[in-house]
Ligand binder design. Structure first.
Ligand SMILES: Cc1cc2nc3c(=O)[nH]c(=O)nc-3n(C[C@H](O)[C@H](O)[C@H](O)COP(=O)(O)OP(=O)(O)OC[C@H]3O[C@@H](n4cnc5c(N)ncnc54)[C@H](O)[C@@H]3O)c2cc1C
Ligand code: FES
Length: 271
């Protein structure tokens, strides 16, 4: 049934689960009443009566099925961990402004993520691989705390074989980790960049985004070609309650994706 009121939750059945990392799972859902297909970078409000509601990015959308990759940190996200296939939860959305995919056309697209920040960027990779993005080149630079915290591990190695440049790094190495140790910003030194033909989509902890932005500006990328996805606590998700206010913006309605000039220097921000 179509839910015409965007505030009205609709049901979604859990079809499957995948453990990505400790405390992180990808949930495959069949929504009943999605008004429109979500676009890369948008989010859904996921909820359960008597438990709560939280904004969660769409990490995949295919043939009417939704994927969400969720870290258990609080009330709702821990409750999700107890779900089994066949269980039902409630969704609202899709909400928010997506990644500006049109800017990637003909350009080198840099995806830079930290931790769970890879989840909203995953659909962008899918579009690139299917040839629908039109980007000249795609490089994914991702950092996690420990090797075991890297999400989408199998896909990351598959993507490497499919023509993507994938560079990974961790803060804290573990036994058997042959890769890099350090910050995502350090990975930038390994890339050949043509700054005037490059656009960047960035998602991760704000401190990581701040350093990445600084480095990209030093490398000569245009500020308006830098886009970040911001996280704020939300209630309505629709631009009505003001809970997610960040300077002049409501993150749920005006974001979560912003260009750097939009959020540069806002009073309560790190960027
Ligand atoms: C646009 C957007 C997209 C997101 N996408 C994802 C995603 O794809 N995957 C994902 O895992 N997460 C995502 N998040 C983050 C997720 O929405 C939050 O982690 C959310 O708070 C989880 O809800 P919860 O009920 O499980 O946790 P909560 O009970 O809300 O608790 C979460 C954390 O916040 C603390 N906390 C609780 N209340 C407050 C308060 N009033 N002030 C400050 N801190 C408080 C808690 O102690 C806990 O550490 C996204 C957030 C946004 C805004
Ligand atoms: S969450 Fe209500 S205005 Fe953004």
């Amino acid at each position: 049934m179509r839910a015409e009121n965007p505030y009205l939750p609709f049901r979604a059945e859990l079809l499957g689960l995948r453990q990505e990392a400790p405390g992180v799972r990808t949930y495959l859902l069949r929504p009943r009443g999605l008004r429109e297909a979500p676009r890369a970078g948008q989010f859904m409000m996921i909820g359960a009566p008597g438990v709560g509601e939280a904004p969660i990015s769409v990490s995949g959308f295919r043939k009417g099925l939704l994927m969400h990759t969720v870290k258990a940190v609080g009330r709702l996200t821990r409750w999700l961990q107890g779900l089994r296939p066949g269980d039902v939860l409630f969704l609202r959305g899709p909400y928010g402004r997506p990644w500006p995919l049109e800017e990637a056309r003909g350009r080198h697209l840099l995806l830079l993520s930290g931790g769970m920040g890879l989840a909203p960027l995953r659909p962008v990779v899918g579009l690139f691989l299917s040839g629908r993005l039109g980007a000249r080149r795609l490089s994914l630079l991702h950092g996690a705390r420990r090797p075991r915290d890297i999400i989408f591990k199998e896909e990351l190695s598959a993507w490497q074989g499919q023509g993507l440049e994938v560079l990974l790094t961790v803060d804290v190495p573990e036994e058997g980790w042959p890769g890099r140790v350090g910050l995502v910003t350090e990975l930038l030194g390994e890339l050949e960049l043509e700054p005037h033909r490059t656009v960047a989509f960035i998602c991760g902890p704000e401190i990581m985004m701040r350093f990445v932005l600084r480095e990209l500006l030093i490398k000569g990328l245009s500020p308006r070609r830098l886009h970040v996805s911001l996280e704020r606590r939300m209630r309505c998700g629709l631009g009505l309650c003001g809970h997610c206010q960040h300077g002049v913006w409501f993150v749920c309605r005006d974001g979560p994706v912003f260009s750097y000039p939009q959020v540069r220097g806002l009073p309560d921000g790190l960027l």
